[in-house]
Design a protein around this ligand. Structure first.
Ligand SMILES: *Cc1c(COP(=O)(O)O)cnc(C)c1O
Length: 398
């Protein structure tokens, strides 16, 4: 083995020893209620496909039609080769869905977060971020070079203290009268690993009181929460108080990609300054057309019926978990195990029973806070829930 591969192998061995090594699992079927892997069928509790749209025939038909008309690839970035009709149609629909002036699509949520935070924040600015916020937000904040401070998860008192400090620091650092230092607060609305919600009204109120701006990542809430699945910001009536709304197209909406919704001025700034948008090939037409069909379904009566089924499943699992159930109801149900090794063995035993529930470990969550994360979907049947609850019972987890 050469020197390079010896170093790589050593790194993998250390991950393995800490129970933190990850391996890809090959799947030989479409993502859905069940998937086929290793020659067997598994009930799939691992996906963020909350409305069961990822393999929906309407999304697939839209994607196929768009491929026929606009091709398989997009050729270049949109500033170079232009915006395809499916990009424009999707962005107009997303702006309507989020009730904002405009929206901009990125090739992933990761790119949306990196591009947007990098464009909005300068080294003279301040960014305050919830401790449990997604890696894309943390990396985007770091990448911007702004001064970053973390506040404890959903801790309003600590947020207020950080806001007071940052607002004062921004004022004293003010040199350029046209564009002085700013403070941006960043949080998720429905948290990806804990399945709980941010107190958005209070956060918006504090943020406004200290003259700061607010960015809310609705990756998991879009399509799932609120009227027509518009998300938590809209449900709380906070559209005007949240300058930057982020969402993804790859979870409940059934396709792939990320987006930002906000004022026309924000979107024009991102087109000019978000490097992950400027220096990246545009998403193909098929992906945008599928996402557009996903939004239409999420906002329709079919979407409402799917959300109802989803929330019935959520209630069902919560009542089986009794005292161990999360205090709030969301499709992300963490079952805290603690030790990384234990989370992995339980996940493997469930797998052997035909149930796919991923073990979530550091760095996705803190060390020693490993968990099984059950993701529920409208596509599940009650018998799937029966099997899951029975298997969790045999593990002493419900
Ligand atoms: C999934 C996710 C992202 C990233 O979106 P992708 O489209 O998967 O890159 C960003 N933020 C949160 C909270 C997420 O859960």
């Amino acid at each position: 083995m050469n020197e390079f591969d010896r170093v790589m192998t050593g790194r993998l061995a250390r991950l393995e020893a800490a129970n933190l090594r990850r391996n890809l699992r090959r799947v030989d079927s479409a993502p859905g209620r069940t998937v086929e892997s290793g020659g067997r069928a598994l009930i799939n509790f691992s996906s963020n496909d909350y409305l069961g749209l990822a393999n929906d025939s309407r999304l697939k038909a839209s994607a196929s039609r768009a491929t026929e008309t606009f091709g398989a690839g997009s050729g270049a970035s949109r500033l170079i080769s232009g915006t395809l009709k499916p990009h424009a149609e999707l962005e107009a629909r997303l702006a309507g869905f989020k009730r904002t002036e405009a929206a901009l699509v990125f090739s992933s949520g990761m790119a949306a977060a990196m591009g947007t935070l990098g464009a909005l924040l300068r080294p003279c600015d301040y960014v305050l971020i919830d401790r449990l916020a997604h890696a894309s937000l943390v990396d985007g904040a770091r990448f911007s070079g702004a001064t970053m401070r973390v506040f404890a998860h959903n801790d309003l008192e600590q947020l207020e203290a950080r806001l007071a400090w940052a607002a004062a620091a921004a004022r004293s650092g003010s040199k350029d009268g046209n564009d002085p230092p700013h403070v941006l607060v960043v949080t998720e609305s429905l948290f990806s690993m804990d399945g709980d919600f941010a107190p958005l009204r209070e956060i918006a109120e504090l943020t406004e009181r200290h003259g700061a701006w607010l960015m809310v990542d609705e990756a998991h809430a879009t399509g799932v929460v609120g009227d027509e699945g518009r998300g938590c910001v809209d449900a709380a009536g906070l559209g005007a108080a949240v300058q930057v709304q982020m969402g993804t197209l790859g979870k409940a909406l059934g396709s792939a990609g990320g987006f930002i919704a906000g004022s026309a001025a924000l979107i024009q700034c991102l087109v000019n300054q978000a490097r992950a948008f400027i220096f990246s090939t545009a998403p193909p037409a098929s992906v945008c057309a599928a996402a557009l069909a996903g939004v239409e379904i999420a906002a329709s009566e079919d979407g409402a019926a799917r959300r109802q089924t989803l929330f019935e499943h959520i209630e069902r699992l919560a009542s089986a978990m009794r005292g161990g159930a999360p205090r709030v109801r969301s499709p992300i149900v963490p079952i805290l195990v603690g030790a990384e090794e234990k989370a992995m063995t339980v996940s493997q035993r469930l797998f052997a029973k035909g149930i796919w529930v991923p073990a979530i470990r550091y760095p996705a969550v803190a060390r020693g806070r490993a968990r099984l994360r059950v993701s529920l979907s409208a596509a599940h049947l009650s018998k799937d829930l029966d099997k899951l609850i029975e298997a969790l019972g045999q593990e002493g987890l419900v």
